[in-house]
Ligand binder design. Structure first.
Ligand SMILES: [Zn+2]
Length: 223
């Protein structure tokens, strides 16, 4: 994959956030698309994790954008998004179970269960694990509702529709409240994350197209 053009040689970590290539697609849903590594993440990338020498940002052979590399040992510190595995647990009444977050970010607001995928599990295992940890519900992940990018957070969020097959809604420090919502009663103004809103809107659009939950599409440029 090669698109965009290399920016003029940045020379330090302070330039890292501006060093990315511009994606060909409009960043309608991702305001920071094409802006390189987010500043908060760049601030953690100072030294080679293999030998401890300083990393330097610059062009490398066969790379289509500037990379952080170690001049001492040649190690290239690639910076890639992490996957967040989430579910929309649906009960027998066709309601989606959300949790009111007990921790920041988004404390007090509603989100679907989910979290970072661990290195030794599949996406399904991660989705099941996170859902149980945060809600006490045992689920069987089904179809993927959507896959959503948040470049500013360096994450990709996958959302499965999931059938609840066991467990019981459980309040934890992470979840102040766990309760179901029917598709026409989703608390839109109190949703914690844009990715939660997108996933819920895509789910509602599938099962209740009459609710027309596609405000974000109407705002996006058509092409
Ligand atoms: Zn090194």
């Amino acid at each position: 994959m090669s698109h965009g053009q290399r920016n003029a040689a940045p020379h330090g970590l302070s330039d890292l956030r501006a060093a990315g290539n511009v994606d060909a697609r409009p960043g309608a849903f991702a305001p920071s698309a094409g802006r390189g590594v987010p500043a908060w993440l760049a601030a953690t990338l100072n030294y080679c994790s293999r030998c401890g020498a300083a990393l330097r940002l610059g062009p490398l052979p066969a790379e289509d954008r500037d990379r952080l590399a170690c001049e001492a040992c040649g190690y290239i510190a690639y910076v890639n998004p992490r996957l967040v595995v989430t579910t929309l647990p649906v009960n027998e009444a066709g309601e989606v179970v959300l949790l009111r977050r007990g921790i920041e970010p988004g404390r007090g607001l509603w989100a679907q269960p989910g979290g970072f995928m661990e290195i030794d599990e599949t996406v399904h295992e991660g989705a099941i694990r996170e859902t149980f940890e945060e809600t006490g519900l045992i689920v069987e992940p089904g179809e993927v509702v959507g896959l959503y990018t948040r470049p500013e957070a360096a994450i990709v969020v996958i959302a499965f529709v999931a059938r609840i097959v066991g467990g019981a809604p459980t309040v934890t420090p992470e979840a102040l409240e766990v309760r179901p919502f029917s598709p026409d009663a989703i608390p839109w103004p109190e949703i914690a994350f844009r990715t939660t809103e997108w996933a819920l809107r895509d789910w509602v659009r599938r099962i209740r197209p009459d609710l027309e939950p596609d405000a974000r599409d109407r705002q996006a440029p058509r092409g």
